[in-house]
Write a protein that binds this ligand. Structure first.
Ligand code: ZN
Length: 138
């Protein structure tokens, strides 16, 4: 089993040293005192296989569960467009068809014919989820 210092573990797991400590405190990561260290420094017992920061996993799950279809205007006319990622950092949305919007409005309950055909084609080509369950029920 691999045991690394907090600094090395942080590099390997691609999270900050502060987050490594936080996960040790919460029990998410296992750690033990280095018996060879005079100062009793901590060694992180590296998790087997893939390990991802639970908060990042949560964000990824959240991102994949949020619909990608949005109205680009407040009056909700024309077409709904597809946003590839609804990241928090996306202040100005870039829709899949290349349209730029200043903001986005929920398109819950839109109909199939309201979908931008260019966005739909690109999403289908790229194998992106189409969120059929968001369509209005008839
Ligand atoms: Zn579009």
């Amino acid at each position: 089993m691999e045991k690394l210092s907090i600094q090395d573990a942080s590099r390997k797991l691609n999270i900050s040293q502060r987050d490594v400590r936080k996960h040790i405190a919460s029990g998410e990561l296992k750690a033990e005192r280095d018996p060879d260290s005079e100062h009793g420094r901590w060694l992180v017992v590296m998790p087997e296989g893939e390990w991802q920061d639970p908060f990042k996993t949560y964000l990824d799950e959240l991102n994949s569960s949020i619909t990608r279809w949005w109205w680009p205007n407040e009056s909700k006319n024309g077409y709904v467009h597809y946003l590839e990622a609804t990241g928090i950092e996306n202040v100005e949305p870039d829709y899949l068809c290349g349209l730029r919007g200043e903001n986005l409005w929920s398109a819950a309950g839109h109909t199939l014919t309201q979908r931008c055909i260019e966005c739909l084609m690109r999403a289908t080509e790229q194998g992106l989820p189409l969120f059929e369950e968001d369509l209005a029920k008839d």
